[in-house]
Design a protein around this ligand. Structure first.
Ligand code: TRP
Length: 341
């Protein structure tokens, strides 16, 4: 199968970690919803990055379950295998193969400057951090370059990895001849940044200090509703968007607006004279109405492993067609003798 670009559409590629089990509301509103939208404008490739997941210890049964769960949730969120290429990273061996080439043109000092590695290895203790964690960004470079991606939808925390991707692509192209497209980080400013419900100055994260601040999409909706109703706000009573002085209320407004499409100013008007209680109850209800069908769809995909397997197989086949072509070009440029079959 030869790879063909969809004419007139830039290519987008992104990866999502399968380690959390349930996606949380911040993952959905900050990233996954963006993936869904890009299917309409881009030739979009999305993968569940299980190779990256094992850079920190994983329980095998959990990793397998979480990887399938990630695919099911991406489908439930609206990724359509007819309109994008959705696959599992380890199903495409070219990632590790191109990763090796990239390792061999990356400076040790250059890799040492990656801040995510510094943060993650500091958390684990330097002795327990693996070489895989150290080279994590270089595998990510290969992920992106294999697909000749133009745009990489990611969060601000990934900007340094996209810069490394551009640097290595330029270096390879300069030494061995034009091979790779230089990608750009696709970071949407207006994308909703969701904060912890108990500590609204912190980003919503699976490593939240208190479980009450974290809204997991696959939790029992009544449990999440309760979290919204007991969200931390402030001692005023006015519903007003002010991230600095009223981060809790602003966060609830952001979530409301993102799920209903109502503008923030309009919401402020709607809640004029009403207390925080009304806002919290409404956000809880809006969330439950949205998440209930999402959970049902996820369960349907999980309950039908044959369909899920077929989606993953088709995605891997489409991805490999592109990846194999790029890898062959890179192998040739670097001076490997072609294998005759
Ligand atoms: N490092 C990314 C993250 O932690 C995940 C990722 C892996 C990725 N490969 C990628 C993102 C390629 C974009 C493109 O979120």
């Amino acid at each position: 199968m030869a790879s063909e670009r969809i004419p007139g559409r830039p290519r987008a590629l992104s990866g999502i970690q399968p380690t959390a089990g349930s996606f949380h509301l911040g993952n959905y509103l900050g990233a996954v919803r963006q993936y869904v939208a890009l299917q309409e404008t881009h030739d979009a490739f999305y993968m569940v990055v299980d190779l990256h997941a094992i850079t920190v210890p994983q329980d095998p049964a959990e990793l397998r379950a979480n990887t399938r769960l990630a695919v099911a949730q991406l489908l439930a969120a609206g990724l359509d295998p007819e309109r994008c290429t959705l696959f599992i990273q380890s199903h495409v061996p070219e990632h590790t193969q191109l990763g090796w080439l990239m390792n061999c043109i990356t400076g040790f000092g250059e890799a040492s400057r990656m801040t995510q590695f510094k943060d993650k290895s500091a958390k684990q203790g330097a002795d327990r951090a693996t070489v895989g964690l150290f080279t994590y960004p270089i595998l990510q470079v290969a992920d992106i370059l294999l697909y000749q991606a133009d745009a990489v939808p990611v969060g601000e925390d990934q900007r340094q990895h996209i810069e490394l991707t551009r640097d290595l692509a330029e270096r390879f192209n300069g030494r061995f001849g034009p091979t790779f497209t230089l990608p750009q980080a696709y970071i949407v400013r207006e994308v909703a940044k969701i904060h912890d419900l108990q500590d609204p100055t912190a980003k919503m994260s699976k490593s939240a200090a208190s479980a009450k601040g974290l809204v997991n999409l696959l939790d029992e909706p009544s449990v999440s509703a309760k979290k919204f109703r007991s969200a931390v706000t402030d001692t005023e009573t006015v519903v007003r968007f002010d991230e600095k002085d009223k981060p809790g209320v602003s966060n609830l407004l952001t979530i409301h607006s993102a799920l209903t499409g109502t503008g923030i100013a309009e919401l402020e008007e709607q809640y004029a004279g009403k207390g925080y209680g009304a806002l919290k109850t409404d956000v809880a209800e809006i969330f439950v109405a949205w998440v209930t069908p999402f959970r049902e769809r996820t369960q349907e995909y999980l309950g039908d492993p044959e369909t899920l397997d077929a989606v993953m197989a088709k995605g891997a086949e489409k991805a490999r067609a592109v990846a194999a072509e790029t890898l062959a070009a890179a192998y040739d440029r670097i001076g490997f003798v072609p294998a005759k079959h």
